[in-house]
Structure formats: C-alpha cells, structure tokens
Design a protein around this ligand. Structure first.
Ligand code: ATP
Ligand code: MG
Length: 356
C-alpha cells in the first residue's frame, strides 16, 4: 500500500512554489555573556528545489539545528526571511508548521507507549480526526516497515527502529517538506543504511523534499546537493561532484626517510602556489593532476638522497572541500566514532535491525 504524501491541509489548486525552501539573509543571534551576541546563523541564502534531498553539513555548533528551527517556524529570525513550501516563516508560521514534518535531533517519543499509541497521539496533536489519525498511524508504520512492531513499547525497539519511528511521526500529516536533524547519529552502519533506504524510497515514491543535517561526509556525498555551514555561515553550496571539482586539487602524499628535507625539495620542485604540509601521513601536497607529479617529485627527492617509501595521489573528498573553505578538517572536529569512515552497507531486509 502506498500512502499519498500530499498535505491534507494544502489548498487543492495552490501553485507549486519554485523552491521548497528559499532563504535570504536569514540570521539568528542569541544574547551571549556580557552583552555580546552569539550568531548561530548568519546571512544564510539557500534555494532548495522541490523533490531534492539536500544535506546540511557542518561541525558541532555550526548552526544546523538553529536553521531547522527557523525553517520550521519554531524560532523567529533576528533578520532576513525564508519561505518553506510557499509559506513565509515570519508572516505565515502556522502554514509553515502544517506543511513541514520534522525529525528532531533527540527523539520525542514516549518510551512506555507503543509505537502505534505514540503515532496516534502525535497525529491528534497535529489536528487529525480520530479515524484519520488511526489510518495515518497505520500507513506511516507501513512506510517505514514497522507494522509488525506496532504494539511494541518504544523502549523495546532498537535504535534504528526508533529513528524510523521518528521518521514515521514526521510523515503523519503528509508534509511537503521533511526536515531531519541528524537522523542517523549514534546508529550503527547497518541501521544507518536502513534509515537512508527509507528516506530514498520516500523521495522516489512521493517526490518529497528532504532537508537533512549530518556530520557524516559519506551521507552528504549521496545527497543531490549540499550546503556546508561553519560557525553560522554558509561556506559552500552545490552538488557533491561540483563542489569537489571546484577545488580541483588532488592530495599527493609522500612517505619518506626524511620529511623535513623532503618538504624543502618538494617546495622547489612543485608549482609555487601549491600548499605543502607535513603531517602523520608524510609530506602532503595539493596540486591539480596529482599523479603526474609523483615521478618528478620522486626523482628530485632521490637526487637529494631522500628515499620515498610510499607515494599516493587521491582526488578531493568532501572533507578537502571543507578544508579548502574553512582551513580546518571536518573529521578532525568530530568526536571519535567507530563508523566515521565505515562504508554504508546496503540493507537487504527491513527487519534485520536487531532485536530489542
Ligand atoms: N537557545 C539558545 N541560546 C543561546 N545560544 C544558542 C541557543 N541555541 C543555539 N545556540 C548557539 O548557537 C550555535 C549553533 O547551535 P546549533 O544547535 O544550531 O548547532 P548545530 O550545528 O546543530 O550543532 P550540533 O552538531 O552540535 O547539533 C551554538 O553556538 C549554540 O551554542
Ligand atoms: Mg544540532
């Protein structure tokens, strides 16, 4: 069964807005200590077309959750404006809240109630009539493949199941735009893969617009477009491939017998505008067409009596894009996680989430 994702609140023949989300100069500041201001979000200009899966990528404190709160009309901007599904967050907050679904960074479910009871209560809070609330609870449970756990208390569900239940809650009132604040943080790679499988199905089946915040580079990589945010400011926006192509430079790493001498030799041999650093990996150089430099650099190093133990050239990653725009590595700003670089496996069944 497929449940329609057209808003029951939407006007029947309302024209589709050009963008699902559009912001100009969106800013949110909080009073800080001693009369200072904390700029959680500054001057944000975003355009997210209908049906796009859009990743909002940034380190802790970058302003991701604040942006979602502004776009869901749960917080009022200090300056600027935004429209979501055609409604203005400042002048039409009620319409905005009717058009969006939201998955909070922290779950809003009562652990002692069953999955079904939680969904029914939330549907009633959204204003759905009793019978409609029951039907939607059944439909959204099926959408996230949790029908067989509908009578389980939430505390007995696995982490991945709970996150899928959170997604189901966000879908209850058939929103046109779904905001997901870190939908997979804390999940193991398998549960993350399942959550993403359900999100992709939503997009493919219903053309939903998904706005997803994440710390995970490999998740952002799989989205249609990405905005990178750092310290409240948008630093880059575009398709993952285009963002990587724009910085162009490959990362060449040389592991040598004498990195200090090697750095000086590389400095003289490589193009003068190349950035050269020494870190735990060895001497690192950023250059276009990195692999073509390796034979030349090795010959020069050999001429100075420096042995090269290993050499590699890799195309830019999203972390390189982040580094290029901020001078810092996104991965270096994250707390250690076991799954940070683990590839996301394909999930084969929806039931394999693990037991309670
Ligand atoms: N209610 C508030 N009052 C004061 N400062 C706030 C408030 N909410 C957020 N901030 C500040 O705004 C900045 C952005 O916070 P936000 O929660 O949006 O970041 P985030 O990107 O979601 O981070 P995380 O990845 O840790 O969830 C932080 O410096 C935070 O301390
Ligand atoms: Mg957050």
């Amino acid at each position: 069964m497929t449940a329609p994702l057209t808003s029951p609140h939407a006007t029947q023949h309302a024209p589709e807005p050009a963008y699902a989300i559009s912001t100009r100069g969106l800013t949110k500041s909080y009073p800080g200590p001693e009369g200072t201001l904390t700029h959680a979000v500054r001057d944000l200009d975003l355009d997210v077309p209908q049906g796009e899966t859009f990743a909002f990528l940034g380190p802790n404190g970058a302003g991701k959750s604040t942006t979602i709160a502004l776009l869901c009309a749960l917080a009022r901007p200090t300056a600027g404006h935004a429209t979501v599904a055609g409604a203005d967050v400042l002048t039409q907050p009620h319409q905005v809240r009717q058009q969006v679904g939201m998955l909070f960074q922290h779950s809003a479910m009562d652990p002692d109630l069953t999955a079904d009871q939680n969904l029914y209560i939330h549907a009633r809070l959204y204003g759905l009539r009793r019978r409609h609330a029951r039907r939607r609870a059944t439909e959204v449970l099926e959408m996230v493949a949790l029908t067989d756990r509908r009578s389980s208390p939430v505390r007995t569900l696995s982490g991945g199941m709970r996150r899928r239940l959170d997604i189901a809650r966000g879908l209850l009132h058939a929103p046109r735009v779904l905001f997901l604040d870190e939908p997979t943080t804390g999940l193991d790679p398998y549960a993350r893969a399942q959550v993403w499988e359900h999100l992709r199905a939503l997009r493919d089946r219903y053309g939903s617009t998904l706005f997803v915040t994440t710390h995970y580079l490999e998740e952002a990589e799989n989205c249609d477009r990405i905005a990178i945010i750092d310290r409240g400011r948008l630093v880059a926006q575009g398709a993952p491939a285009a963002l990587k192509a724009a910085i162009g430079d490959d990362r060449v790493v040389l592991r040598t017998s004498d990195d200090a001498t090697a750095r000086r030799v590389v400095r003289r041999t490589a193009p003068s505008n190349c950035v050269i650093t020494v870190d735990a990996d060895g001497v690192c150089l950023r250059a276009p067409d990195g692999s073509t430099w390796i034979p030349r650099l090795c010959a020069a190093l050999e001429g100075h009596g420096v042995a090269v133990h290993a050499a590699s050239a890799t195309a830019p990653t999203l972390d390189d894009v982040f580094f290029h725009h901020t001078g810092r590595s996104l991965q270096a700003t994250q707390p250690a996680r076991t799954s940070a670089t683990t590839p996301i496996p394909r999930a084969s069944t929806a039931e394999a989430d693990g037991g309670p």
